[in-house]
Design a binder for this molecule. Structure first.
Ligand code: ZN
Length: 412
């Protein structure tokens, strides 16, 4: 059994025209914008025309499928909102592939004894913080947050939702109970370079990496760049530079091949060309699939920074602004996906996801599995985000067979 790639392609292209901007070629469908809601209505019409039931919950999540939803539903999904100037595959792929899988099963008269449903989640991309629809389904929202959340332009979530005839408090009623679900499956583009570079066709995702963020201050003494001899300086930049060189060693000694450490934002004070920097303020973002490894890596960063501070006569402080534990996918479901990929004969690897996805909240509720296809040159969140149609087809076929196998295996 194979999906109809031509139909999937034409659906994806049609969806990409909603919120399309001629000027930069990007898709603009931020959560609860007019274009986002137009896309949701379009999706509901498309699902209805294909013979499925559909409804929108209080969070703006659009569901489509057939059968009861009280027990053992196999749910497919992803999101259809986008970042500003986004691409046509991020999120949209998983939703349109879900519809394609349902239509294919229907055409092959597969008895959907286990109810099969799909969801296009709301506000995944972070206009108001991200994964709002998935959090609503997982029962993670609270009234205080719903009332106080706002976007970068200070538009409140409750007002943005009201403008679309949605009541923010109704998002609290969108929660599902664990017994309603048997499994959740998501197909998504990788949004990174690994599959494309390694000429692979499918990524079987083992989970979403955990991530911590620090803001570090190295404080020395601002001095005249001409009069202060090199050996009498407390140069904060030198401390930062030394730390940068330690990252490779820290990962080799304390991390794994899935560890990532990034210094992404740096500020030198006072920041004048003729002044020795008296302070360096920078971020450290660390990731791994294992929380124990994250702790070891964090502790190694701390030790390295305090040794470096001593060497350069600096004061060292840091603030941990976030710590999110890794979110592993279901191992039985991951294995089941891997078996389908092997039977289909596609080239694949098991891999972590460095980006967040709806899957991480659904995995708190049920067995969750995530499938990646290659992103050309690893590009995403940009107008030139692209995935080849043959990879789209393979990804949808993996989703199709994973759904079929899940309806048989998981939970029996
Ligand atoms: Zn996405």
């Amino acid at each position: 059994m194979q999906v109809n790639c031509e139909r999937l392609k034409s659906n994806l292209i049609e969806l990409s025209k909603i919120g399309y901007n001629e000027a930069d070629g990007g898709v603009y469908r931020p959560g609860y914008s007019d274009a986002d809601m137009q896309a949701r209505r379009w999706l509901q019409e498309r699902a209805q025309a294909a013979g499925f039931e559909t409804f929108m919950d209080g969070a703006g999540n659009v569901f489509f499928g057939r059968g009861k939803r009280d027990k053992d539903v196999v749910l497919m999904g992803s999101h259809i909102d986008s970042v500003p100037a986004g691409g046509m595959f991020d999120g949209a792929l998983g939703v349109m592939a879900a519809l394609e899988v349902m239509q294919t099963l229907d055409e092959h008269n597969v008895d959907l004894a286990t109810p099969l449903w799909a969801v296009a989640t709301a506000e995944e991309e972070g206009r108001f913080g991200g994964m709002l629809g998935a959090q609503a389904i997982a029962g993670k929202l609270n009234p205080e947050w719903l009332m106080s959340a706002h976007d970068a332009d200070n538009v409140y979530l409750k007002d943005a939702m009201a403008a679309q005839n949605l009541d923010a408090m109704a998002a609290l009623e969108a929660a599902w109970q664990p017994e309603q679900l048997k499994a959740y499956l998501e197909l998504h583009i990788e949004q990174g370079p690994v599959l494309f570079q390694e000429n692979l066709q499918i990524g079987v995702v083992e989970g979403i990496s955990g991530v911590f963020k620090w803001i570090v201050h190295l404080k020395g003494k601002a001095d005249h760049a001409g009069t202060a001899p090199m050996d009498m300086r407390s140069d904060a930049f030198m401390g930062l530079a030394d730390f940068a060189h330690e990252i490779e060693r820290i990962i080799a000694e304390n991390g794994t091949d899935k560890t990532r450490i990034t210094v992404g934002k740096v500020e030198l004070k006072p920041g004048y060309p003729h002044t020795v920097p008296g302070e360096a303020v920078f971020t450290i973002v660390g990731r791994d699939m294992d929380e124990g490894v994250m702790q070891e890596v964090a502790s190694a960063c701390r030790k390295a920074l305090s040794a470096i501070a001593r060497k350069h006569r600096l004061m060292f402080e840091y603030e941990q602004t976030s710590w999110l534990a890794p979110s592993p996918c279901s191992e039985p479901l991951t294995q089941l996906i891997e078996e389908q990929v092997q039977q289909l004969g596609y080239r694949y690897t098991r891999m972590p996801s460095g980006a967040g996805h709806d899957t991480q909240f659904l995995s708190e509720l049920t067995e969750a599995g995530l499938i990646f296809i290659p992103s050309v040159n690893g590009v995403s969140h940009a107008p030139d985000e692209w995935s080849h149609w043959h990879d789209v087809e393979m990804g949808a076929n993996v989703l199709l067979h994973a759904v079929l196998a899940t309806m048989k295996d998981i939970g029996n």
